[in-house]
Design a binder for this molecule. Structure first.
Ligand code: 5GP
Length: 236
């Protein structure tokens, strides 16, 4: 494809939307794919901006017509990326950013193996639970069973982190934002076959440190806190 396809996934409450909005405001020529969903709009969400909000019937018709690059059932609602998003970005020579779940990301990687995939981890289940409670409070009410379910789902998603090329741990937002910018910059330079300018070398190094195979030390405490198997520490 002409542009780069970036996929970003994260458990609900990991701060992914903030990161996505930030990178969209910092970087030119990066289109954001507005997904289709059957869930109802929340808060100030607008049709066509955050999502295209459609009925189950319409969604199923689009499946029948093979209009989706990928789609998945997330928390009981359908979510999908239209093939047209990718075709439009390609036609305009733009990079495309998909904010999709782990199941959708696996489908896209099979179809577009050169896609750059990024997984954002929350620092710990406690911090994730606090963020989820704060968000629920802001939306009206805290339902502990919903929080517990989201935590269990987060654990399942984190289990798949090795499928992703890059890993970010969102403990300090400014750091995660810089890392995401570094990944986009570094991938663009690499694909264009360009040598980094002196002021870009630091970003390229930062991006390298976020490659999944270089993040064992960083992800170990997160995996252990979620009760998941973690890579062995390197012996001194
Ligand atoms: P929310 O309802 O909180 O906006 O999103 C719930 C989850 O659905 C998030 O993990 C988000 O990344 C995922 N999601 C949003 N759009 C799509 C899509 O088009 N395809 C897939 N597979 N997941 C999506």
């Amino acid at each position: 494809m002409a542009g780069i396809l970036f996929i970003i996934s994260a458990p609900s409450g990991s701060g992914k939307s903030t990161l996505v909005n930030q990178i969209r405001s910092l970087v030119d020529n990066l289109e954001f794919s507005v997904s289709y969903t059957t869930r109802a709009p929340r808060g100030s969400e607008e049709d066509g901006r955050e999502y295209h909000f459609i009925s189950r019937q319409e969604f199923e018709r689009m499946i029948q017509n093979d209009e989706f690059l990928e789609y998945a059932d997330v928390f009981g609602n359908y979510y999908g990326t239209a093939r047209r998003s990718l075709a439009d970005a390609q036609a305009h020579g733009k990079d495309l950013l998909l904010d999709i779940d782990v199941k959708g990301a696996a489908q896209v990687r099979r179809k577009v193996p050169q896609a750059v995939s990024i997984f954002v981890m929350p620092p710990s289940p406690d911090i994730l639970a606090t963020r989820l409670r704060n968000r629920s409070r802001a939306e009206g009410s805290i339902q502990e069973e919903v929080i517990a379910r989201r935590l269990a789902e987060a654990r399942q998603e984190i289990e798949n982190y090795r499928e992703y090329g890059y890993i970010l741990v969102n403990d300090v937002l400014a750091r995660a934002e810089e890392e995401l910018l570094a990944i986009v910059t570094s991938e663009r330079l690499q694909r264009a076959g360009l040598t980094p300018a002196p002021d870009q070398e630091r970003l390229v190094k930062l991006a390298e440190s976020c490659r999944q195979q270089n993040t064992d030390e960083r992800v170990r405490p997160v995996l252990l806190a979620f009760g998941l198997p973690a890579p062995e520490p390197v012996k001194p």
